[in-house]
Design a protein. Structure first.
Length: 290
């Protein structure tokens, strides 16, 4: 360790020593004794954590692609043996394929409008964007990844967790665009990404029903591109309801002023959602307008 000047490596070494010692001490349980910890000490600890995590987030940003890496493989390329113990001395860090989730979380905590817009543009220009369907995939191609990364690797590309349009995650990403205030960018994706605007013949089911995932154009069978599979009334529906509320009510509809709870609606609705045509109730029965 003394031959390595990398602060991150030293932190990793020391943190793992502490972790292994903790596991050794608690292997058979804990004594249950309690100890008072001051609030200032807790705050100091969290500040250190925020500093460390903030540094990690900045390091995960891919400058060339303009998006964030989600996962890394750290391959040991130099080590020493101490009896039966292997002590790594140096790692080679390899970023795993891109995931939409990281971009969504980045938008959630971003404060700068210019950086947020830049991230949006970079995501749309990345392999996370399905240019055929004009929707967003859960991840980019995993074909060069090891099976060791987990079950997502074993699915056919474009299916389930491997490069499909994972609806819950796509909706979470759209919601963050809206919450940040990237209204134009949100409506740029509106017609292509939301299920009510899908072509039923391509979607393969009712457009009033969400799916767990849509088959992306990464799938080898072109006939099922855009098909929705596994009906869901959970995550994607909740995200859609949040989107609907933000569109119709705004970001902060309720306020408490002068001892009163007040409601102030600030909708962000595009003109294209309205019509000047006759709004009288019409319906069809057996294919005939009534």
């Amino acid at each position: 360790m003394q031959n390595n000047t990398n602060d991150d490596f030293v932190f990793w070494q020391e943190a793992n020593i502490i972790k292994e010692e903790y596991r050794r001490k608690t292997r058979l349980g804990i004594d249950g004794n309690e100890e008072n910890v001051s609030l200032d000490k807790i705050k100091d600890f969290f500040q250190i954590c925020l500093k460390k995590l903030g540094k990690a987030v900045r390091k995960s940003f891919d400058v060339k692609k303009g998006i964030y890496n989600s996962y890394f493989i750290n391959e040991v390329i130099d080590f020493e043996k101490d009896g039966d113990v292997i002590k790594p001395k140096r790692f080679k860090q390899i970023p795993v394929a891109s995931f939409l989730e990281s971009q969504m979380h980045a938008l959630r905590v971003e404060k700068d409008t210019k950086r947020a817009k830049s991230l949006y543009s970079a995501v749309k220009n990345s392999d996370l964007f399905d240019k055929e369907l004009k929707m967003y995939k859960v991840c980019s191609s995993l074909k060069n990844e090891s099976l060791e990364i987990g079950r997502c690797r074993v699915f056919t590309p474009g299916w389930l967790e491997n490069e499909s349009i994972w609806l819950h995650m796509e909706y979470k990403y759209l919601l963050e665009l809206l919450k940040f205030g990237l209204i134009e960018e949100f409506y740029n994706e509106f017609d292509n990404c939301l299920i009510p605007f899908q072509k039923p013949e391509r979607y393969g089911r009712s457009i009033l029903e969400n799916s767990s995932f849509l088959v992306s154009s990464a799938h080898p069978d072109k006939k099922i591109w855009g098909n929705g599979f596994v009906a869901r009334l959970s995550g994607s529906t909740v995200e859609f309801m949040n989107i609907w509320l933000w569109m119709c009510a705004g970001s902060d509809p309720f306020k408490f002023e002068d001892g009163l709870l007040k409601l102030e609606l600030k909708p962000v609705l595009k003109a294209k959602l309205f019509t000047k045509k006759d709004a009288s109730v019409k319906y069809f029965h057996n294919g005939v307008e009534q």
